[in-house]
Design a protein around this ligand. Structure first.
Ligand SMILES: N[C@@H](CCC(=O)N[C@@H](CS)C(=O)NCC(=O)O)C(=O)O
Length: 212
């Protein structure tokens, strides 16, 4: 049985929900209220700390027989799910390498900066000055322009992949920082959103209750 820990609001766990739906896997989802996670007396803290001492979602618990395999990191979980279904992300080695090139670019060059912005502006973990914040937003804008150049149907050729799940999440997350995207990218987002597998919570970017 596959059990996924997520929040009641949008988070990186929705990437995993999307892939679970896309692959038609059965799963149980445990949704926790993020606001209660830091309270050590809360049931949320007790539940999450048992499976992830870092107190972050997503966490996948794959229970089979009397064994439990616990995995964190949204993209590692998604890759594991593809393997469970014996599906390669892309079958041609060069195409697959291109896909990973783009996934790593997104994570290191876009997500890291968005996360820094969030932690400064919404979670208030860091205290970045407005000049640094403006610089980070500019870096995200430039890197989003790179993503826009990839889009031809999907973000890596004409097949829907994990990269599209990631791009949807990052592009909509970036929109919270007034990043501009072109018409083709807007159509791309609409195409992704129209997939029945796209989780409703994933579509709700921008709410202050999100922890992206
Ligand atoms: N790189 C990790 C990031 C996990 C992460 O930061 N999760 C956020 C939600 S999107 C979280 O639970 N944060 C709790 C916190 O920072 O207090 C992944 O992709 O799964």
């Amino acid at each position: 049985m596959l059990i996924l820990f997520a929040y009641t609001s949008r988070s990186r766990a929705e990437r995993v929900v999307w892939v679970l739906n896309e692959l038609g896997l059965e799963y149980k989802i445990i949704r926790l209220n993020y606001a209660n996670i830091t309270n050590k007396e809360s049931p949320e803290y007790k539940q999450l700390s048992l499976v992830n001492p870092n107190l972050k979602v997503p966490v996948l618990v794959h229970a089979h027989g009397n064994q439990e395999f616990i995995l964190t990191e949204s993209l590692a979980i998604c890759q594991y799910l593809y393997k469970l279904k014996s599906r390669d992300l892309l079958s041609d080695p060069k195409e697959e390498a291109r896909l990973y090139e783009r996934i790593y670019f997104c994570v290191s060059e876009i997500e890291s900066n968005l996360w820094m912005l969030d932690q400064s502006i919404h979670i208030k973990r860091y205290d970045l000055n407005t000049h640094t914040i403006d610089n980070l937003i500019q870096v995200v804008q430039n890197n989003i322009s790179t993503v826009e150049r990839w889009i031809e149907g999907y973000a890596c050729g004409n097949t829907f992949t994990l990269l599209d799940v990631l791009c949807y999440h990052l592009l909509t997350w970036a929109s919270m920082y007034s990043i501009t995207i072109n018409e083709k990218t807007r159509e791309y987002l609409a195409l992704l959103e129209s997939r029945p597998s796209c989780p409703e919570l994933m579509k709700r970017a921008g709410s202050h209750t999100n922890i992206m």
